[in-house]
Design a protein around this ligand. Sequence first.
Ligand code: HPA
Length: 271
Amino acid sequence: MDLEKRLEQATQYLKENCPYRPKVGVILGSGLGSYGDTLVGARHFLYENIPHFPVSTVEGHVGRFVITDHVICMQGRFHFYEGYDMGEVTFPIRVMKLLGVEKLIVTNAAGGINTEFGCGDLMLITDHINLCGKNPLIGRNLDSFGLRFPDMSQAYSKELLEIAKKVAKKIDLPLKEGVYMYFSGPSFETPAEIRAARILGADAAGMSTVPEVIVANHCGINVLGISCITNMAAGVLQQPLTHIEVMETTEKVKEKFIELVKGIVEEMTKA
Ligand code: HPA
């Protein structure tokens, strides 16, 4: 079955089983899923029950949509390093588009490359560098979603960045800003790769987000990206990196992250 048909059937399932038509989407990164648990009156849809959906495997990812009248939230995403192809990694973005989503908040855990950053900082993504060598739009263009050669010169919406900064100020939360570099993973980067990334202009390194952001831009969804700096990237602090550290940091910043995302969603749904 071709991709359009599969997308249609997945969307149809959600439309038939959920009365809500939110305009804001949220992807919750590793360890950041708890925002979804705070949504009152939400409907839950396990990925495994949605036709044609891939199933999430990584620790810290539940694997479901949490949907309210304002927001559709992904608790768990699909990573290229898990073995999914780029079509699978970005499948949910196109389903969100077909459901009527116009704005997307993409979050992730990332390693800090910029030495001004510290563990637990939240960074607004101003731009990205796709270092993984793959592009999710390779192959036949889905003309009903967007152009063959989509513009990426404002992949992260200036307007949404302003909204995020305004909310952060209101709740007295300092934010960093910077460029996110996408590595495929699952091995963490080497210190030499991180030094190279810094020279190339990156402030943080991560293993997600970029495929979803490319596909969101392709189909005209405005994107806001937020990285939680869970650790300093390889070689910065001369200590080994572990997924445990990543999870420990997200646990610590959970409250302020939830407050920020809640505030931003509120502002987005007002506008
Ligand atoms: N590198 C890549 N991805 C990550 C990191 C990192 O240091 N920390 C959390 N996700």
